[in-house]
Write a protein that binds this ligand. Structure first.
Ligand SMILES: Nc1ncnc2c1ncn2[C@@H]1O[C@H](COP(=O)(O)OP(=O)(O)OP(=O)(O)O)[C@@H](O)[C@H]1O
Ligand SMILES: *[C@@H]1O[C@H](CO)[C@@H](O)[C@H](O)[C@H]1NC(C)=O
Ligand SMILES: *[C@@H]1O[C@H](CO)[C@@H](O)[C@H](O)[C@H]1NC(C)=O
Ligand SMILES: *[C@@H]1O[C@H](CO)[C@@H](O)[C@H](O)[C@H]1NC(C)=O
Ligand SMILES: CC(=O)N[C@H]1CO[C@H](CO)[C@@H](O)[C@@H]1O
Ligand SMILES: [Mg+2]
Length: 439
């Protein structure tokens, strides 16, 4: 096993972390990465960053190793954020300082560029547009990956005309739409995450691949310093991305130190994107334990959004003092809270809560077929001064609570955003399959 590694990996054989993987033949190599087959894990590959192996003398190697591990952190944190949000990516897990394991993909040779703010090459291609112009909705552009011709910009029609076929999947209308929608969702997720660091995501470029095992279109390759523009406090002069390097008038050691410090700033900040800046919780109040199954559905759905959910039993009719005491418990620790009231027949719980707390209250009455049509009015028609909402499905009540918490918690917001994308994509794919069958 170690022997096969030393044959295939050449000078990489000395690198410790690789020894616990059965690394097979090299599948691909570019300017910055090598892709290796993993013999024991069909369908997966090892993506090895080349930065440190290309270095010559020891001093230079130090610097390069620093860079490679910065790139590692950046890529891994960004993919982790997207993965945890629910975006389909090739990334599987980090393997070492400079390598990660990914799903084996056939790459679609299109670079998707997504812009919030006009700058850089867009201004050259669209003379008259002022730097700083904000695109809302986001501006999408496609470039065909063709080094010899300097990656020409392509129209949708050109992509369709190319009739790419990768891992058995033809890239047609449906696939282009999926990539378009996914790019927007990915941008919005990263934009939201960077906003927590008071940093503007100006633009971004990404690539997709077709997972050879599942034939799904997934975000692949990497997202690193060359993939985006980041302007802290929306200020171009504070840019932290590779543009700093491109803009250098002269490459001096001091200037390179500054570039490296910027990359370090990015790789440190990017770690913070995985942490929620705001807490939040859902407290489900049920009038009786007979509604437990209904409440467990709410809790399960909250958990899928990463929201802590607490179940309590209290009746506003039979123990109003307790209801208000429980309410005070959750008002006392400054954790943003959404209350969900679960009470059948006459719902007194939600309205009483709503009249006595500034936190949002969602009624989620478990309606029965016999009296449901009458009972629901106790959740709908309120005295003045109450602002509770009513959502009938337990999953939908949790989703609504997540949307409220997501206003201040980017990790929750990102899960909602990815889920919206995934729903859209599965409808699109279902329709595509149905059309193929009926042909
Ligand atoms: N998960 C993956 N599975 C298979 N191939 C991949 C995967 N991720 C990246 N690759 C491919 O590995 C190759 C090497 O990457 P690298 O970024 O070094 O290439 P490059 O020289 O920048 O060329 P390119 O212009 O294609 O990006 C690229 O063709 C890239 O698309
Ligand atoms: C960032 O981009 C620079 C300039 O192309 C490159 O030399 C460096 O390896 C990259 N560094 C990181 C940390 O990704
Ligand atoms: C992407 O979608 C937007 C919005 O539907 C559309 O205006 C645009 O033309 C699409 N672009 C591509 C390249 O498909
Ligand atoms: C955040 O950015 C804005 C500009 O977008 C700036 O005015 C403000 O001072 C920044 N706040 C912090 C805390 O850095
Ligand atoms: C050397 C180095 O920085 N390695 C890091 C690569 O990224 C992962 C995930 O953030 C870290 O756990 C490693 O320490
Ligand atoms: Mg590349």
């Amino acid at each position: 096993r170690h022997q096969s590694q030393s044959q295939d990996l050449g000078h990489l054989q000395l690198r410790g972390p690789l020894s616990d993987l059965n690394v097979g033949k090299k599948l691909n190599e570019g300017k910055t990465k090598q892709i290796f087959e993993l013999v024991d894990q069909p369908g997966l590959v090892l993506v090895q960053s080349k930065d440190q192996i290309t270095a010559g003398n020891a001093a230079r190697k130090d610097q390069m190793e620093g860079k490679a591990s910065i790139a590692n952190k950046t890529t891994c944190c960004v993919f982790k954020l997207l993965q945890e949000s629910g975006i389909k990516t090739a990334f599987v897990k980090q393997h070492s300082e400079t390598a990660f394991i990914a799903a084996h993909c056939e790459m679609i040779p299109i670079e998707w560029v997504c812009r919030r703010v006009a700058t850089g090459s867009f201004l050259k291609r669209n003379p008259g547009v002022k730097e700083g112009y904000r695109f809302s909705p986001l501006k999408m552009e496609m470039f065909f990956k063709d080094d010899a011709n300097n990656d020409p910009q392509w129209s949708e029609e050109q992509v369709l005309a190319a009739d790419f076929s990768l891992a058995g999947l033809t890239i047609g209308r449906c696939e282009v739409d999926i990539m378009n929608r996914s790019t927007v969702a990915i941008f919005e997720i990263l934009e939201k995450a960077w906003a927590t660091q008071n940093c503007t995501l100006v633009d971004m470029k990404i690539e997709f691949g077709v997972n050879v095992k599942t034939q799904e279109i997934v975000l692949a390759d990497v997202i690193d310093n060359d993939s985006w523009r980041l302007w802290p406090a929306g200020d171009r002069s504070q840019q932290k991305d590779k543009q700093v390097y491109r803009d250098l008038k002269e490459v001096t050691p001091e200037a390179m130190q500054m570039v490296k410090r910027n990359f370090e700033w990015v790789s440190e900040s990017v770690k913070l994107l995985l942490e929620s800046q705001a807490s939040g919780r859902v407290v489900v109040l049920m009038g009786s334990t007979s509604d437990m199954a209904h409440c467990e559905k709410i809790r399960k759905a909250c958990t899928s959004y990463g929201i802590h959910c607490i179940l309590r039993v209290t009746s506003a009719h039979k123990g109003p003092d307790e209801t208000l005491r429980i309410k005070a418990e959750y008002e006392g620790d400054c954790v943003p809270t959404v209350f969900v009231a679960v009470a059948g027949r006459s719902n007194g719980l939600g309205p009483v809560m709503s009249g006595n707390t500034a936190y949002p209250v969602i009624n989620c009455p478990p309606l029965t077929p016999d009296w449901g049509a009458q009972d629901v009015w106790s959740s709908l028609r309120m005295p003045s001064g109450l602002g509770c909402s009513t959502v009938l499905s337990p999953e939908a009540a949790a989703q609504f609570a997540a949307q409220i918490i997501g206003l201040n918690n980017h990790l929750v917001w990102c899960k909602l955003r990815a889920s919206m994308l995934n729903t859209w994509v599965s409808l699109k794919v279902a329709d595509q399959k149905l059309q193929a069958c009926s042909l």
